[in-house]
Design a protein around this ligand. Sequence first.
Ligand SMILES: [Zn+2]
Length: 96
Amino acid sequence: MSKLLPTLFLMTVFLIAWLVLYAHQRNERKKRELPLREDFLASQGKSVPACHACGKDELKDDGLASGNDEQRIVSCVSCNTLLYRYERAPEPEPAS
Ligand SMILES: [Zn+2]
């Protein structure tokens, strides 16, 4: 019994770590599979993007890998539904 408890604890820790990693990777894959902006607008039949889950047009965009990534992922501010992605033109080099 005295050795079973630490083993169980370690297995639980590994299981939780695996679940967190799995959820993260699934989310990343979903982001990469999002439609491009043009395809999203065409599929919604609208000229201005809006959330297809709640209808709000307040959207936010985040970088795919990091905050400054040129691949932008757009999601809804109020319900967090992932909507579409687009590629931002790279920012010009700061003049030195
Ligand atoms: Zn929404």
